[in-house]
Design a protein around this ligand. Structure first.
Ligand code: SAH
Length: 247
């Protein structure tokens, strides 16, 4: 029996946003591997083994998945959103780099709808022009690098999507992020807080930078900063496709 690994994205939470390709992989799996709340989103069935683990053990998880696949299991590693966006696909390749004898394994990455795209759609079209995505967690990089990227992206007038904005272990980090953005951007620039996007308890909040507060975000929030042209239209927020500023 030949095993495989598929690293799949479960989307932002709503079952309707799981792609048919990902659902087919889940239906075929013998083993599901992932962070506890993501594994909990997979419907149990006979013959399916669930391996749920804590979120700080990505490399161990990837290693175990490779061993199970080599033993003939059909392993599906689940991430929320898209597996390539601040998630398990890179962790798997990091493990693979250190395990050359596994590099002929049947591995596939199946995309999912990442949080910034679901949040953007819920709000209107705030990412309608050039944008970038920044992970605000300083677990895997120093805050000085986050600060540099924020300042340069703001100077280039990118709209920005912020993942992992604020956690219990670093409640003040996001307040510093807002202070940096206020130094670089107009106080009237729009900032959006999209929490639990696509779930029954979804909330959306749009304010301008001068009104934004650290407490408006938590780990279930995707934050979007508009560019200098981003504006409201009726209940929506959008960024025009043209840019008038050559800066
Ligand atoms: N791979 C995931 C991101 C993992 S990082 C993806 O592609 O979406 C986890 C961060 O994603 C959270 O802290 C939050 O900022 C964001 N996020 C994930 N799901 C979300 C949702 N349903 N609503 C709002 N933000 C979400």
């Amino acid at each position: 029996m030949s095993g495989f690994i598929k690293v799949v994205g479960l989307g932002p939470g709503n079952g309707a946003l799981i792609t048919p390709q990902v659902q087919a992989a889940l239906d075929l799996a013998t083993d599901i591997v992932g962070y506890i709340p993501y594994v909990a989103r997979v419907t149990p069935r006979d013959g399916l083994v669930l391996h749920a683990s804590d979120n700080r053990v990505e490399l161990d998880r990837a290693h175990n998945a490779l061993e199970m696949a080599r033993a003939g299991k059909k392993v599906v590693i689940v991430s929320s959103g898209d597996p390539g966006v601040f998630a398990m696909a890179s962790a798997l390749f990091e493990a693979l780099e250190a395990m050359p004898s596994y590099q002929d394994m049947a591995i596939e990455i199946l995309p999912g709808i990442t949080a910034m795209l679901a949040a953007s759609a819920a709000l209107g079209a705030p990412l309608g022009h050039d944008f970038c995505a920044i992970n605000l967690s300083d677990n895997l990089k120093p805050f000085a690098l986050i600060e540099k990227r924020l300042r340069l992206a703001a100077q280039a007038d990118f709209a920005m999507a912020f993942y992992n904005p604020r956690s219990a272990s670093r409640p003040e980090g996001f307040t510093r992020v807002l202070d940096i953005l206020r130094e670089e951007c107009s106080p009237h620039q729009l900032i959006m807080f999209a929490r639990n996007v696509s779930r029954p308890d979804q909330t959306l909040l749009t304010v301008n930078l001068q009104e934004a507060r650290g407490e408006m975000a938590d780990m279930r929030t995707l934050v979007l900063l508009g560019n200098s042209q981003t504006r409201r239209v009726g209940p929506f927020v959008y960024t025009p496709r043209f840019s008038t500023d050559g800066a």
